[in-house]
Write a protein that binds this ligand. Structure first.
Ligand SMILES: [Zn+2]
Length: 255
């Protein structure tokens, strides 16, 4: 059976601040089913000369329809205000810190053959918690990405171990609070600790001067949901992923 669940290239470590998951898409309905639904209406009409556009239904086809597949409502549809995740891997990446405000979140990391990536824990009644998936805390810090020229969220593990990200960023955020503006270079080392350094701002650097004040005001007013950078999987989403559905079934959890 053909589905639209595609594996997502991803890091294999659950503790890496990494990717924005590419969640499973709904399985499409065959066009034949749609035609059947649409057929209910004409049967109520009077016989006789067909109305305009009525008798021109396309032949039935079992293939999914792109308009249905991509145009329907999806629980994973990207809301306009959703920020991308600032992923840190082996190569140094640059960002400009501009706020000390962050949003705590609990994330599940899924590494199955069909779905791989992070999703947000739905807390009370979370189906992923029920099937034994661990939720790890992350602190989502908005930062300015000077290459992409947009604000993104940096997922920071809150652990205070030496070499972890939070204690390395702490003195830098104190400088931000004091009004300093600078570039931060960060990379993840092979032992999964982090290397962090600061760079002075080049005179001609675009560091979000036109964008950050407005974003910061929206953030402080509570109109930006940083946690929306990660999708929440509903029970229906979970059961649409074969390996998760199998795990649920073994625990006696069914749709
Ligand atoms: Zn959960």
């Amino acid at each position: 059976m053909m589905t639209c669940d595609e594996p997502v290239p991803e890091n294999s470590r659950a503790d890496l601040p990494t990717t924005q998951p590419s969640p499973p898409q709904p399985i499409s309905e065959p066009l034949a089913e749609l035609a059947q639904e649409a057929g209910a209406e004409p049967t109520r009409r009077k016989r006789g000369r067909p109305r305009k556009n009525e008798s021109t239904a396309p032949p039935k086809c079992v293939l999914p329809d792109a308009l249905e597949l991509w145009g329907g409502e999806s629980p994973h549809a990207t809301p306009p205000s959703r920020l991308s995740v600032f992923k840190i891997e082996g190569n140094e990446k640059l960002f400009v810190p501009f706020t000390t405000h962050l949003a705590p979140v609990e994330l599940h990391y899924l590494d199955g053959p069909t779905f791989r990536g992070f999703t947000r824990c739905a807390t009370a009644g979370c189906i992923l918690c029920l099937i034994g998936k661990r939720a790890d805390p992350r602190h989502l810090l908005p930062v300015f990405d000077p290459l992409a020229k947009r604000v993104a969220v940096l997922p920071v593990p809150p652990a205070q171990r030496p070499g972890s990200l939070a204690p390395l960023l702490l003195p830098l955020l104190r400088r931000v609070q004091a009004g300093e503006l600078f570039i931060v270079g960060v990379a993840r080392k092979s032992d999964f600790s982090y290397a962090v350094r600061t760079l002075p701002l080049p005179d001609d650097a675009d560091v979000g001067a036109a964008l950050i004040p407005e974003f910061a005001a929206e953030l402080e007013a509570g109109r930006v949901d940083l946690t929306a950078s990660y999708p929440v999987m509903t029970a229906a989403d979970v059961f649409s992923v074969p390996e998760l559905a199998a795990e649920a079934a073994l625990r006696g959890i069914r749709t």
